[in-house]
Design a protein around this ligand. Structure first.
Ligand SMILES: Cc1ncc(COP(=O)(O)O)c(C=O)c1O
Length: 374
């Protein structure tokens, strides 16, 4: 695997190659809340600036206390990171993982974290023709086989799976699983003696699906959250991990000191209290995602638009359609989309589009209508 995987949001390179300012690029490749910074968060950022002359708290204790109260878990069960990506990269190393199972196609940083910790990475992959429904049965079957291996002590043949990554809702598919499927997966993970990492970077759009409250009561369950997407602060870098106290404390001890800056902490503390923005964002997304999806579904070269519970849509194009040409042509108009063909498990022409403001989505739809039919 390459050392720096492709992600959405690389607008700097695109803007510079086009000779435009980044403010003149419409980014549909990173899925950031199109409502932008909430006024409450903006104020908190402004008020935090004078504190930049001080070091931040070493282990982000104030934010951890606040999150502990909100989620009704102990502050010892929380670690704050410089983006949830920092925490993902530490998990396999901190937990001495040898073999991870990734439910894909999904965010490539799980595989990268495993590889960097010299652990093996196995995927179970959802299929495009079933709308990328997460392959929970397949994951459970694999885990149950591993349970057999562990019991018969044949570990020398192959190291059993000791960690499972589930992204929920999944990126790039937007798919969620039912409560029953979550319990089915968790039970298989438990029987296999492994732990389960649920990445809830996009959960704020369907928060009733969250399993964060179960941390502490379900052994071996870890939940990742990000402030990046929903609170539209990708440039500040802040996210958190909730999980069993002992393991989370190990992860905190591996973080560099002052990894989270004062401005990001202040923004996060304000964001979690801003219930009005949270409600407004969810209501907006439920309406606009439906409208945008309907506009995409009628394009002649669109095969299917996967139903999504997040703020983006995965769009499968007709066989042999040139995504590279589409990406390039849109780019020339200052419209950036995500080519998904480099996700392990996506081998048909597929793009991911963030759901943005109605007039921005209309601009993209108009440009997409000009694309060749074949
Ligand atoms: C599913 C998922 N998890 C985690 C992250 C990392 O987010 P951050 O480090 O900005 O919190 C991303 C970023 O794209 C993501 O898509």
């Amino acid at each position: 695997m390459k050392s720096s995987p492709v992600h959405g949001g690389n607008i700097y390179e695109i803007a510079s190659s086009q000779g435009r300012s980044i403010h003149r690029v419409l980014d549909f490749s990173a899925s950031i809340n199109p409502l932008g910074l909430s006024p409450v968060v903006r104020r908190a950022i402004r008020q935090a600036i004078p504190f930049a002359v001080h070091y931040p708290e070493i282990e982000s204790l104030s934010l951890r206390r606040q999150l502990a109260r909100i989620h009704k878990i102990s502050e010892g069960c929380l670690a704050i990171g410089n983006g949830s990506a920092e925490l993902i990269s530490l998990i396999p190393r901190a937990l001495h993982v040898r073999h991870g199972l990734v439910i894909g196609p999904t965010f490539v940083e799980f595989e990268r974290a495993l590889t960097q910790a010299q652990a093996r990475c196995t995927y179970v992959l959802a299929q495009s023709d079933s709308d990328y429904t997460p392959p929970i049965d397949e994951a459970c079957t694999l885990l149950d086989q591993q349970t057999g291996i562990r019991r018969s002590k044949k570990q020398s043949i192959d190291s059993p799976i000791d960690i499972v990554f589930l992204c929920h809702p999944n990126s790039p598919t937007g798919q969620v699983i039912s409560r029953a499927q979550f319990h089915q997966l968790y039970e298989s993970v438990q029987r296999a003696g492994a732990c389960l990492i649920v990445d809830e970077a996009f959960i704020d759009y369907c928060v009733s699906r969250s399993v964060l409250r179960k941390v502490g009561t379900m052994a071996g369950l870890f939940v990742l959250r990000s402030f990046t997407k929903f609170f539209a602060i990708p440039g500040l870098r802040i996210g958190y991990l909730a999980g069993p106290e002992k393991e989370v404390s190990t992860i905190r001890s591996l973080l560099p000191p002052w990894s989270v800056n004062i401005v990001a902490s202040a923004a996060a503390e304000a964001a979690v209290q801003d219930k009005a923005y949270q409600r407004q964002s969810v209501t907006f997304m439920n309406i606009e995602r439906k409208r945008f999806r309907a506009g995409l579904q009628v394009l002649p070269y669109v095969q299917r638009v996967i139903p999504s519970s997040a703020n983006f849509l995965l769009v499968q194009l007709s066989k042999d359609y040139s995504v590279a040409r589409m990406v390039q042509e849109l780019c020339e108009e200052g419209l950036v989309i995500r080519d998904c063909q480099n996700f392990p498990g996506i081998d048909v022409p597929t793009i991911r589009l963030a759901v943005r403001l109605p007039k921005e989505n209309d601009r993209l739809l108009k440009a997409l209508k000009r694309q060749p039919r074949q």
